[in-house]
Design a protein around this ligand. Structure first.
Ligand SMILES: [Mg+2]
Length: 398
């Protein structure tokens, strides 16, 4: 089998990749909603792949892996890798997890950061109300994640939040940063207490915090919220769209507190995770299959983490419905250092009408089922999806 074409179109705000073959089998994947600007980078990989056998996934990857980098740039290469696995699965009549070692679990725990109401304010009462809605969601999530500090508008809306001026024109991937004021620290600790009060003792509370905290503030906060037993504190120092990591500082933080520390959604490739894992600089890593370099890259990193006693909770909030399929396939195969992956929801409700392969109820008791259809397990329905193509992409499904 040979690759004959690689296409990329925006559906909604998500770049969607289609790899075509001379066997008439297509592979699809979806890029994070925040990255419509990546289309040219994805199309630039076409000339390196046409003529290759898509079922030799790793051989294809050796031709394009150098074209990636830390978030957002790893997503082009990662999305191609996922579409290649989709083809490999369809060609063999097997779900991708069977090609990656088979499943370790029949259902997969997910955590909720995206199925939510907007925050109405930044007081403990606002956090309590918002968290209660997440707790009462039909999906029965067993872990919920809330934004706080520099990972929310709190740092702009709360007066004198930090010793610095908030960015005047914030957008996805830009980070405020600075030393926190004592009232800001007190406010956040009270908000965590209010959320724990709502959740009781049975539902895990994860906090997406930054990046942008100073090391002393991060240590002080992690210590102060320890009695409320957050399941992890995410991206305090670096993370999200940081084009680097902070392994040494994270190790200082992790050694200084009993509260689990989490990062890694922006990191590309196993080589860039190695020191963080081998020095146990964090307790939990959160790579995204759509950014790290693909499904096999994430699997490799998860196995290395397991050898070193580091847990894994993959990122995925904006990966969309095809991204959900990718997360399910790889998470089914991960060792038992796996906690849960971040449940992606579609940005527009019509996404659920243009795909097939999803169960009637996707999340039951906080878990998703392992999908057993060949390939990634969730497929676009071209006749239905066509309506959402932009005029310039109208030939995408031809
Ligand atoms: Mg995050």
């Amino acid at each position: 089998m040979r690759i004959t074409d690689l296409r990329c179109a925006l559906i909604g705000d998500s770049p969607v990749v289609r790899i075509l073959t001379d066997a008439g089998i297509d592979g699809y994947s979806q890029v994070e909603t925040w990255k419509p600007f990546l289309v040219p980078n994805i199309l630039g990989l076409r000339e390196l792949l046409v003529g290759c056998d898509p079922t030799d996934v790793e051989r294809c990857m050796t031709r394009i892996r150098h074209r990636g980098g830390f978030k957002p740039w790893g997503a082009a290469v990662s999305s191609v890798e996922i579409a290649l696995w989709d083809i490999a699965g369809k060609a063999s009549g097997l779900p991708v997890h069977k090609l990656m070692g088979g499943k370790v679990r029949d259902r997969i725990r997910v955590y909720n950061g995206a199925r939510r109401e907007p925050m109405e304010g930044w007081t403990p009462e606002h956090y309590a109300k918002n968290t209660r809605a997440m707790l009462e969601a039909d999906e029965g999530f067993t872990i919920v994640k809330q934004p706080i500090g520099f990972h929310s508008d709190m740092c702009r809306d709360v007066e004198d939040f930090f010793y610095g001026d908030p960015l005047p024109d914030w957008q996805q991937g830009l980070h405020d940063r600075g030393l926190l004021t004592p009232p800001a620290m007190d406010l956040m600790i009270d908000c965590v207490a209010a959320m724990r009060d709502v959740l009781g003792s049975s539902v895990g509370l994860a906090l997406d915090c930054g990046p942008g905290w100073s090391l002393p503030d991060a240590i002080r906060f992690a210590d102060a919220v320890a009695p409320y037993q957050p399941i992890w504190l995410e991206d305090l120092l670096t993370g999200d769209y940081s084009p680097h990591d902070a392994t040494e500082q994270y190790r200082d933080l992790t050694l200084a507190t009993k509260t689990p520390i989490h990062t890694g959604e922006q990191i590309y490739l196993r080589q860039n995770f190695r020191r963080m894992i081998e020095t146990r600089a964090v307790n939990v890593i959160g790579p995204d299959p759509g950014d790290i370099g693909g499904l096999s890259e994430l699997k490799w990193v998860a196995e290395l983490a397991d050898l070193h006693g580091v847990l894994i909770a993959p990122h995925g909030t904006a990966n969309g419905v095809l991204g959900l399929g990718a997360l399910i396939q790889v998470s089914a195969t991960l060792p038992r250092n796996f906690i849960a992956f971040e449940y992606p929801v579609a940005t527009q409700p019509w996404w659920y009408d243009i795909v097939e392969g999803l169960p009637e109820r996707i999340v039951v008791d906080g878990h998703v089922p392992v999908l057993d259809r060949p390939g990634i397990g969730i497929d676009l329905i071209p006749q239905a999806a066509k309506a959402y193509l932009r005029p310039t992409d109208s030939g995408f499904f031809d």
